[in-house]
Design a protein around this ligand. Structure first.
Ligand code: SF4
Length: 182
């Protein structure tokens, strides 16, 4: 019998949520028995090669490339999960949302005290570069998201329980205590 297929992506995230997936420790061996990974930084498969059952998204949308990738995941994954605060609310990258994009770019590339005097002070403008969006968008503002796993990052146990619940064909309804941090 064929195994359920999982894909994962990091958009505007720090890979901490992917680290938390790996933090399930030796349960990763069980996961590999249970599922097959498709497009994901975990196995370095860069393109979808088949339809997937679950898509796990880390990070929100900061660039046009993030939006394209997220839409691709929505198209190829039956169930899509926003994993972590960056995917759910924009997270730390969204701290720039109150500042005009022009000011952000000037601060980063022209005015920052960390730019070496020998570096050229230019805002990168190669046409190959993804377009930076006016603000950082949470994933559910771009595509339909089926489930949300809160945390920064969500705990390995929360991720493991979510995966095994969904792979078992049950709906996900994590108890409040599993993601309460105070
Ligand atoms: S939610 Fe936290 S751990 Fe996950 S990508 Fe964002 S900053 Fe990193």
């Amino acid at each position: 019998m064929s195994k359920p297929v999982i894909a994962t992506a990091s958009l505007a995230g720090c890979f901490g949520c992917h680290m938390s997936i790996l933090d399930i420790d030796d349960r990763i061996l069980k996961l590999i028995e249970l599922v097959e990974f498709n497009k994901s930084p975990i196995d370095d498969i860069k393109k979808f090669t088949k339809a997937c059952d679950l898509g796990l998204i880390e990070g929100g949308c900061c660039t046009s490339e993030n939006v394209e990738n997220l839409r691709l995941f929505r198209k190829n994954c039956k169930t899509l999960i926003s994993v972590g605060e960056c995917a759910i609310m924009g997270g730390l990258p969204a701290l720039r949302n109150g500042i005009p994009i022009k000011e952000c770019l000037e601060e980063a590339y022209l005015n920052s005290p960390t730019i070496s005097p020998n570096d050229p002070r230019i805002i990168p403008n190669d046409e190959e570069l993804p377009i930076i969006l006016d603000r950082v968008y949470p994933c559910h503002e771009v595509v339909k998201i089926d489930y949300f796993l809160p945390g920064c990052p969500p705990s390995a146990d929360l991720i493991w329980n979510a995966l095994t619940t969904l792979l078992g064909g049950k709906p996900l309804d994590p108890a409040y205590q599993t993601f309460k941090y105070d």
